[in-house]
Design a protein around this ligand. Structure first.
Ligand code: SF4
Ligand code: SF4
Ligand code: SF4
Length: 257
């Protein structure tokens, strides 16, 4: 019997739409070199085999149940490297929109009288529960960024991500700033790497790749108001992907953490 010496990789899904896993499947179909460099031992979206012996864990989806927390901790115990895959795992994602309401209200709204049967809680990024070595941002992730991240991990280094704002890429694309049309955009505080795809097609950046390291949110609020956007417009625009981060920074400001 031949024993494989390839790094063992597992993919896990928590609360999310599975779009990031589909992007992984898409990326791997055109990178047979990568497929032959690793042994995928668990990937519910793509295969039925399942092995609990792995070194690299890619985790998609946010943590939104008490049972998720135990599962995440078990993965952390096994894996040497844990990667948050996509905005849900990295930021809490769109799911964290529900965090603005109480769990009781959300359960009642979604499940009616049966709500008490479901143990869902706030949608959290996985790093709120376990240590994470790195993340691949975006909703969904970028296929090339996934490929580059896997290559980096196979070379025993962590993937490097841009830490400058989407505005830089937007300027390189020679776009007119959406603020000039009275449209709020989060590009100045959001991590680049997507090629400013949304503003390049006339849609505002909604922050799906998360904030840069030192975002000047106060300045962005002021610019939004200066361009005639009503107060609160920035908050509304940023809730889609940044609810958890905004709530955390609000908590910090009030000394809750
Ligand atoms: S980050 Fe977006 S594409 Fe990925 S699982 Fe979450 S909702 Fe789906
Ligand atoms: S449209 Fe958005 S990303 Fe582009 S320059 Fe303006 S704020 Fe920045
Ligand atoms: S422009 Fe903003 S919302 Fe659009 S893909 Fe890039 S980071 Fe995400």
């Amino acid at each position: 019997m031949t024993v494989s010496t390839k790094p063992k990789v597992a993919f896990f899904d928590f609360t999310g739409c599975e779009g990031c896993q589909l992007t992984v499947i898409d990326a791997l179909q055109t990178h047979a070199d990568l497929l032959s460099a690793v042994e995928i031992v668990q990937f519910r979206e793509a295969m039925s085999e399942r092995d609990e012996d792995y070194q690299i864990a890619f985790i998609e989806g946010s943590c939104s149940r008490t049972s998720d927390e135990a599962r995440l901790k078990a993965i952390r115990e096994q894996a040497q490297i844990v990667v948050a895959l996509g905005a849900c795992a990295h930021l809490g994602g769109v799911n964290a929109l529900r965090n603005w309401q109480s769990s009781d209200d959300v359960r009642r709204y979604v499940y009616g009288q049966g709500g008490k049967l479901y143990d869902s809680h706030k949608a959290l990024p996985i790093q709120a529960i376990i240590r994470v070595e790195c993340f691949i941002p975006g909703c969904p992730i970028d296929r090339n960024e996934f490929v580059n991240a896997l290559k980096a991990l196979l070379q025993h280094r962590l993937p490097r991500l841009p830490d400058y704002p989407v505005c830089a890429e937007c300027k390189l694309n020679e776009n007119e700033c959406l603020f000039m049309r009275g449209i709020p955009c989060l590009g100045s505080v959001t991590r680049a790497g997507c090629g400013a795809i949304c503003p390049s097609f006339g849609a505002c950046c909604e922050g799906c790749r998360g904030l840069v390291s030192d975002p000047n949110i106060g300045w962005l609020r002021a610019v939004a108001v200066e361009h005639g956007l009503r107060e609160g417009g920035f908050e509304a625009a940023s809730r889609l992907f940044l609810s958890h981060e905004l709530m955390e920074s609000e908590g910090d400001r009030h000394g809750k953490h």
